[in-house]
Design a protein around this ligand. Structure first.
Ligand code: RUB
Length: 305
């Protein structure tokens, strides 16, 4: 697949979910090198940085993609193009292996929260949550899933389809019925697109509303995420940008005078989160931020900002 095709697939949500977006973006760097017509190091690096900037703009609320691209491209100090290419490809593979390994750890840890007879509520479509559910099923646990359709793009249908395919009973609700879905649940698991320095989780629009309802019914809320979804720029006071999509996704031809608001994500307050489940273990949001710093020193190097 060409670099341009990958960019369009990410932009048009043919690839969705933070981790899948990061994986496809990182893979596309190999394509950039293949497609590059530059013969020297500075030319190839310029092509790579240009590609990185294009990818950054595909979806604004995706620090996991930004961190993954930054990781691959930091310390690429080589004298000849062949060495540079080799090093870049190795780093891409390293990142892909890292995501895979971390997903397996998160699946193990997260699955421990699912008991026999549990009803798990989830929203949108998160590859991380799917892996947790799959792992719990593999361990022989009997449980159910309640999930919401996730307007306007119905990623909840993807979740329902995949959960049913795993042989787990799943009941699908319209978004406005989330209270009913949650009332009968005993665990809420959501993914994350970004994590801020204040310990806020950014996930699909509706996530905070549902977390508030879950809190009201004393249902634990876990955000399940790779630590690379942390946005280092929030340390310096930058707000995490919330992706605003075209109103047409919600209503193709609204009457004159009607404005359609279509934010893709929202922030979930750390007070509503029981714990963050990541490859580093389960922590309250503020401790999790410290753990990210301890375990990802490269992310905090000044030149990356
Ligand atoms: C997807 C979404 C997911 C997170 C986490 O939104 O909000 O919950 O991205 O997914 P969209 P994962 O469909 O707009 O990309 O666990 O796969 O990283």
């Amino acid at each position: 697949m060409s670099f341009k095709e990958t960019v369009n697939r990410i932009k048009n949500l043919k690839v969705q979910g933070a981790e899948n977006v990061a994986i496809e973006a990182v893979k596309s760097l190999k394509e950039v090198i293949k497609e590059s017509k530059s013969k020297n190091i500075s030319g190839i690096l310029a092509d790579l940085y240009h590609a990185k900037n294009i990818l950054f703009l595909t979806r604004p609320t995706e620090p996991c993609m930004r961190n993954a691209l930054n990781y691959v491209m930091h310390e690429l100090d080589y004298d000849n193009p062949i060495e540079l290419t080799k090093a870049l490809c190795l780093k891409v593979d390293e990142v892909l292996e890292r995501f895979d390994k971390n997903q397996r750890i998160i699946a193990q840890v997260g699955s421990r929260k699912i008991k026999n007879g549990s009803v798990v509520f989830t929203h949108c479509h998160s590859s991380t949550i799917l892996k947790i559910l799959k792992e719990a099923k593999k361990q022989g646990k009997r449980f159910e899933v309640h999930n919401t359709e996730t307007r306007p793009l119905y990623q909840g249908r993807v979740t329902a389809k995949e959960v049913a395919k795993l042989g787990i009973p799943v009941t699908h609700f319209v978004d406005a019925a989330a209270r009913f879905a949650l009332k009968k649940a005993d665990l809420m698991l959501i993914g994350a697109d970004a994590i801020t320095t204040e310990g806020k989780i950014i996930n699909k629009i509706g996530s905070e509303l549902y977390a508030e309802i879950a809190n009201k019914y004393d249902i634990p809320v876990y955000a399940c995420t790779d630590s690379w979804k942390f946005d280092t720029e929030t340390i310096f006071g930058y707000e995490e940008e919330i992706e605003e999509r075209k109103g047409k996704e919600i209503w193709k031809n609204p009457p004159k005078g009607v404005t359609v608001d279509n934010f893709a994500f929202e922030k979930v307050s750390p007070d509503l989160i029981t714990g963050i489940i990541s490859e580093l273990g389960i922590y309250k949001p503020h401790i999790f931020i410290q753990e990210i710093r301890n375990n990802n020193k490269w992310m905090f190097k000044k030149h990356l900002f």
